[in-house]
Design a protein around this ligand. Structure first.
Ligand code: SAM
Length: 180
């Protein structure tokens, strides 16, 4: 089971990236995202996609990052902080996979120094600077070993039918299925 904690979000410039952190983590198998900033617009847009496309992904707005981490650890979860300075993903993912519940923490700009101490694992997805979206996607893919691509999202209002050319969606309405 995996959860995401997004820290350092700045409403004036990170809305698009944070929305993509939420949508990518949902699509790739995480159960929910905690947003350590007050940005209801971002949380609502993630929740709205989750409602339309099915599954039980949640987005909790305006959490306090430290108490969110402490509470998660108290409940038996382990914290994985994604940072370019950490241990190599390929060296630690097997240990992380053994954990029952993980919280994956991603930053925006510079993250608070004590996060490195609070984390159970500081993990680098290549020791090179890039993006929280790509780091998260690769981390989830390694965690679930590709199986996340086969996930089903129950009770979707809108479902995409894989199509060679063009776009096909199915709208589920009150048990009736109507092809668009
Ligand atoms: N300059 C910032 C720092 O030194 O902490 C990081 C900025 S980066 C755009 C934003 C986030 O992307 C980081 O907080 C981290 O979670 C993630 N990230 C970027 N590169 C990464 C890497 N190579 N491995 C893991 N996470 C990475």
């Amino acid at each position: 089971e995996s959860y995401i904690l997004r820290i350092g979000h700045r409403p004036e410039r990170d809305q698009r990236v944070t929305t993509h952190v939420g949508l990518s983590s949902r699509a790739l198998g995480a159960s929910g995202m905690y947003l350590a900033a007050d940005d209801a617009k971002v949380a609502d847009s993630i929740t709205d996609v989750a409602a339309r496309f099915g599954g039980t992904f949640f987005c909790e707005n305006n959490v306090k990052w430290k108490s969110c981490i402490n509470q998660f650890k108290k409940s038996g979860g382990k914290v994985v902080h994604l940072t370019m300075y950490g241990l190599r993903l390929q060296d630690v993912i097997a240990d992380i996979r053994k954990e029952e519940k993980v919280m994956i923490v991603v930053g925006a700009e510079k993250v608070p120094g004590d996060l490195y101490e609070l984390a159970d694992y500081n993990v680098a997805v290549a020791n090179q600077p890039h993006s929280e979206i790509s780091a998260l996607a690769l981390c989830l893919d390694h965690l679930y070993e590709g199986r996340e691509l086969d996930l089903a999202f129950p009770d979707a209002e809108l479902e995409v039918l894989p199509t060679k050319i063009g776009k096909t969606t199915i709208k589920h309405e009150h048990g009736n299925e109507e092809e668009l």
